[in-house]
Design a protein around this ligand. Sequence first.
Ligand SMILES: [Mg+2]
Length: 235
Amino acid sequence: MAIRRESHIGLGVHRTYRVRVTHLVWDWNGTLLDDLALVVTATNASLASVGGPPITAEEHRRDFRRPIEAYYAGVLGRPLRADEFAGLDRAFHDAYDAGFASIALARDALDALASWTGTQSLLSMWFHDQLVPTVEGHGLTGYFRRVDGLRAEVGGGPKAPHLVAHLDALGLDASDVLMIGDSVDDADAAASVGAACVLYSGGFTDRKRLELVGVPVVDTLADALRLTAQVGEHR
Ligand SMILES: [Mg+2]
């Protein structure tokens, strides 16, 4: 197993994890890209398109989940009609696209990417044909062995099957992989293949929710890599 927890979260003692990985799979939105504010704006545009109430950033961090249909249904207080999700998803992406050119990376994203000495890749649920030029625009393409976004026209599903395909394409064994993301879905995907996972609290999900998952939760991307740095100290 790639991560062994040696002390329990919540006991107030120093936590030590041994993370033995050679490859990082990064999440994009909310992890390397600091786009929570824009996502909230776009979510509100989406909700407004069906007469829903606006949400705040903290409400998003507390309530957002996948499948996204279930999240919208929770906010709206009713199930979505069969034809409704595609329209909500389109409204979200239209609003997101209108603002994303000015969105910055997470504060220590570049330092984290540059400091890792193993291999890295990017797996996002954002549209592939927009992700690739955006990653290039931020000057990050060279850090990644592979960049995969969503190749379907409508998103909202879990990341797990995409992680399977991503690792297959890379020819990687999941036991060599650490996923770094900001959502419960990232951890679910990692668990589904047996990869390690560290969750970043600076993105789309409230820290308390992340702590319930049972994998390490960090407040900076550098801290995620510090967990892996402990490999050398212990083996
Ligand atoms: Mg994310």
